[in-house]
Design a protein around this ligand. Sequence first.
Ligand SMILES: *[C@@H]1O[C@H](CO)[C@@H](O)[C@H](O)[C@H]1NC(C)=O
Ligand SMILES: *[C@@H]1O[C@H](CO)[C@@H](O)[C@H](O)[C@H]1NC(C)=O
Ligand SMILES: *[C@@H]1O[C@H](CO)[C@@H](O)[C@H](O)[C@H]1NC(C)=O
Ligand SMILES: *[C@@H]1O[C@H](CO)[C@@H](O)[C@H](O)[C@H]1NC(C)=O
Ligand SMILES: *[C@@H]1O[C@H](CO)[C@@H](O)[C@H](O)[C@H]1NC(C)=O
Ligand SMILES: *[C@@H]1O[C@H](CO)[C@@H](O)[C@H](O)[C@H]1NC(C)=O
Ligand SMILES: *[C@@H]1O[C@H](CO)[C@@H](O)[C@H](O)[C@H]1NC(C)=O
Ligand SMILES: *[C@@H]1O[C@H](CO)[C@@H](O)[C@H](O)[C@H]1NC(C)=O
Ligand SMILES: *[C@@H]1O[C@H](CO)[C@@H](O)[C@H](O)[C@H]1NC(C)=O
Ligand SMILES: CC(=O)N[C@H]1CO[C@H](CO)[C@@H](O)[C@@H]1O
Length: 733
Amino acid sequence: MFLLILSVVIVSISARSLTSIEMAPRGCEWRMQPDEGSEAGEEPVLYCQIRTINNSEQLMANLTQTQADRVTVLMLECSDVLFFESSLESNRQGSFLSGLRRLKELKVENCKIRNIPAAALYPLRHLRRLSLRSHNSECLDLADNNIWNTPRDLFCPLYSLTHLNLTRNKLQDVSALGFSDWGNGPLAPGRACVNSLEVADLSHNDIITLPDNGFSALRSLEELYLENNAISTLGDRAFVGLSALLTLNLSSNCLVDLPPDLFQSSRELRHIYLHNNSLSVLAPGLLEGLDQLQVLDLSHNELTSRWVNRDTFSGLVRLVVLNLANNQLTRVDANLFHDLYSLQILNLEYNAISVITESAFAELKNLHALTLTNNKIARIESYHFTGMYALNQLLLDSNEIEYIHPRAFENVTNLQDLGLNGNMLGGVPAGIGQLRFLKTLDLGKNHIESVTNSSFEGLDLLYGLRLVDNHIVNISRDAFSTLPSLQVLNLASNKIKYVEQSAFSSNPTLKAIRLDANELTDISGVFTNLQSLVWLNVSSNKLLWFDFSHLPTSLDWLDMHDNQVTELGNYYDVRNSLRIKMLDVSFNLITDIRENSLPDSIETLFLNNNKITRVEPKTFLNKSNLKKVVLYGNELVYLNLAALSLNPVTSDKDLPQFYIGGNPFYCDCKMEWLLRINHLSNLRQYPQVLDLDAVTCELAHSRGCAASASAQFEIVELFVSLRNPLFRSVSLL
Ligand SMILES: *[C@@H]1O[C@H](CO)[C@@H](O)[C@H](O)[C@H]1NC(C)=O
Ligand SMILES: *[C@@H]1O[C@H](CO)[C@@H](O)[C@H](O)[C@H]1NC(C)=O
Ligand SMILES: *[C@@H]1O[C@H](CO)[C@@H](O)[C@H](O)[C@H]1NC(C)=O
Ligand SMILES: *[C@@H]1O[C@H](CO)[C@@H](O)[C@H](O)[C@H]1NC(C)=O
Ligand SMILES: *[C@@H]1O[C@H](CO)[C@@H](O)[C@H](O)[C@H]1NC(C)=O
Ligand SMILES: *[C@@H]1O[C@H](CO)[C@@H](O)[C@H](O)[C@H]1NC(C)=O
Ligand SMILES: *[C@@H]1O[C@H](CO)[C@@H](O)[C@H](O)[C@H]1NC(C)=O
Ligand SMILES: *[C@@H]1O[C@H](CO)[C@@H](O)[C@H](O)[C@H]1NC(C)=O
Ligand SMILES: *[C@@H]1O[C@H](CO)[C@@H](O)[C@H](O)[C@H]1NC(C)=O
Ligand SMILES: CC(=O)N[C@H]1CO[C@H](CO)[C@@H](O)[C@@H]1O
C-alpha cells in the first residue's frame, strides 16, 4: 500500500534527449535544473502538476517509452492546497515508478507520506539519490511504521544509492534504517546492503539515541548529518565502521558527554560539528589521532577549563578552524593549543576567560583571526600575543581591559583589525602605533578623555577609527594629523565641546564623520576643506547657527537634527555648488525657509518639528531632484500654494511627496487649495501631499482673507462632503 498525496511531479530526462521530446504531457512543462554530473551543467526537467498520485500514474502511462527510458530525475512535490486522499497499489508491473528504469534521483518533497512499500523502490536499481521529506503535519515515522520496519527490503534493492536524505521527518530509531551489519541488526552479519552510501542526511528528526554499531554497514559514508535531533546518548561504538567518514554534524542535540573511543574508527574525519549541545566534559583522548581534522566546532556547550586542557587538542596538526565560543572557559594556558600550528581561526568569545598565561597563543604561527570578545580579561600583558606574526584580526571587545602593555602589540605586526570596544581604557593604548598595517581600530565605549597628535602615530594605513562613547572633550588641531589614510571617523556620544578649526586638515581622505550626540555649539570652519567628505552626522548637539558655506561641496548626506539652529543660512549663496541629497534639520528652531535655504541638489528634506511660520513662494521651484519634504509639526498658519509650486516635473519622475500635518492651519479661502492639491497631479507642477488625513485646520472667522460667512460655510461643507478629517478641530460651525 502506497499512500501519497501528490500535486506536482517533476520528471527530468537527460540533456542530450531533450530535442527528441516534442511536447510535454498535459499539465506539464519542461524546465532545466543544475546537473552535478554533466559538463553542460544543466539537465531538462519535466514539471507537472497533478492532484493526486492516481493522476500521476496515468501521467506516467502517457509518457512514451523513449521518454520514460530517459527520465533520470523525478521530483514529487505536494502542495498544501491539494490534500486529497489517494493511494497507489502496485499493479502487475510494480509501482508507477516501474517504467522509469533509468531513474537516478527521486525526490519527494512536502508530501503526506505515511507508508512506502518496499516494492515501490524495488525496480530502481540505478537510483543514486533518494530524498524523502514528509508533510509537516503528517510526519514519516519509520519506527512506528509497519511498512518501514523492513528496511532491508526497502533499501537493499538500491544497489547504486549514494545519497539518502531523510531530513525533517519524525525518525526516532536509526536501527530501523538497517544501516547495521552487526550481529543483532536486522541484516545478517557481514551483509552490507547500503555500502555504496556516501551521504546520509538524518537531520531534523526525533532521534534520541545512537546505538552501538548502528551505522556499521556504511563503509563508504563520507557525510553524516544528525543535527537538530534529540540525541542524548551515544554508544561507545556508535560510529564503528564509518571508516570513510569526513563530515559529522551532531550540532543542536542534547549531548552531555562523548564516549572516549567515539572516533576510533573514523580517522579520516575532516569536519566535526558539535555546537549547541550540553557538553561539559571532553574525555581525554577523544580527538586523539584525528590528524586530518580541519574544522572543530564546540561552541554553545558548557565546557570548563578543567576539560579543555593541554591534552584536549593535541595532535590536531591540520586543524584550521576551532570554535570554542559560548562555553565556560576561565583560562587559556600555555600548551593548550600547542600542536595547532595550522590553525587560522580561533573563536573564544563568550567565555569567562580572565587568565591568559605567557605564550598561550605562541604556537599559533598561522592564526589569522583571534576572537576573545565578551570575556573577563582585565590586563593585556606584553607576552600575550608573542609570536603571532600572521594575526590579521584581534577582537578583544567587551572585556574589562584597563591596561595594555606598551609592548603587547610588538609581534602582531600584521594586524589589520583591532577591536577594543567596551573596555575600561583611560586613554589610547601606548604602543598601538606599532601596528603599521592596521586598517580599523575600534576604541568605542571606553573611558578615553583625550586624543593627542601622538596617540595614533604610526598608523599610516588606518582608514576606520571608532571612538564613540568615550569622554573626549576637545578635538585639537592635530589630533588625527598622523592618520593620512583616515576615511571613517566616529566620535559620536562623547562630550566634545570644541573642535578646533581645521582639526581635520591633515585628513583629506575623510569620507564620513560622526560627531553626533556631543556638545558642539559651532562647526564653522571645521569641515570646509574636507573635499572628500560625503557623510556627516552632527545631530543631537547644541549648534546655534549654521550656514551652507560651512560644508564642503562633496557632501551628500547631512544629519543635523536636534540642535538649536534658527536659520538655514546661505550667506554666499552656494545653492548650486552643493551636492547635498539628504538633509535632516528636524527638531531645530528654524522659523522660515525660502528659495536659498536649500541647495538645488536636495532630494530628501526633513524640516519637521521646527518653528516654521513661513515658507516663501518658489522655495522648492528649482529643486529638480526633490523626492520628499517633511514639514510636519511646525507653526504654519497659512501655507501659500505658490510655496509648493515646482518647475514642471517630467513624466518619467514621480511627483515629490510632502508631509504637512501637525500645523495649526487656519482654513479660510487661502487654504482652499488643500482640497485640490492631490487632484493637480496632471499639471505636474505641485507635489503630492501624503498626510492630508493628519492635516487639521481651524476656522478663522475674524481674520485671514475675511471670507464671507457663507463662503466659509461653503469651504467647510466642501471639506465635510469629502469626508476629509481636516476639520477635526473646527471651532466654528
Ligand atoms: C493521457 O492520455 C489520455 C489519452 O490520450 C488522455 O485522455 C489523458 O488526458 C492523458 N492524461 C494526462 C495526464 O495527460
Ligand atoms: C485514488 O485511488 C484510490 C483507490 O484507488 C481511491 O480510494 C481514491 O479516492 C482516489 N483519489 C482520488 C482523488 O481520485
Ligand atoms: C536534504 O534535503 C534538504 C531539503 O530538501 C536540503 O536542504 C538538504 O541540503 C539536503 N541534504 C543534503 C545533505 O544534501
Ligand atoms: C551543521 O548543523 C548546523 C545546525 O545545527 C548547521 O547550522 C550547519 O550548517 C551544519 N553544518 C554543516 C557543514 O552542514
Ligand atoms: C539549539 O538546540 C536546540 C535543541 O537542542 C534547538 O531547539 C535550538 O534551536 C538550537 N539553537 C540554535 C541556535 O541552533
Ligand atoms: C605634536 O604636538 C607637539 C606640540 O604641539 C609638537 O611639538 C609635535 O611635533 C607634534 N607631533 C606631531 C607628530 O605632529
Ligand atoms: C578645550 O579647549 C578649550 C579652548 O581651546 C580650552 O579652553 C579648554 O581648557 C580645553 N579643555 C580641555 C579639557 O582640554
Ligand atoms: C546620527 O546621529 C543620531 C544621534 O546620535 C543617531 O541616532 C543616528 O543613528 C545617526 N545616524 C547614523 C546613520 O549613524
Ligand atoms: C536652477 O538649478 C539649476 C541647477 O540645478 C541651476 O543651474 C539654475 O541656475 C537654477 N535656476 C535658478 C533660477 O535658480
Ligand atoms: C612582546 C614580545 O613578546 N615580543 C617578542 C616578539 O618576538 C621577538 C622575536 O621572537 C621576541 O624576542 C620578543 O620578545
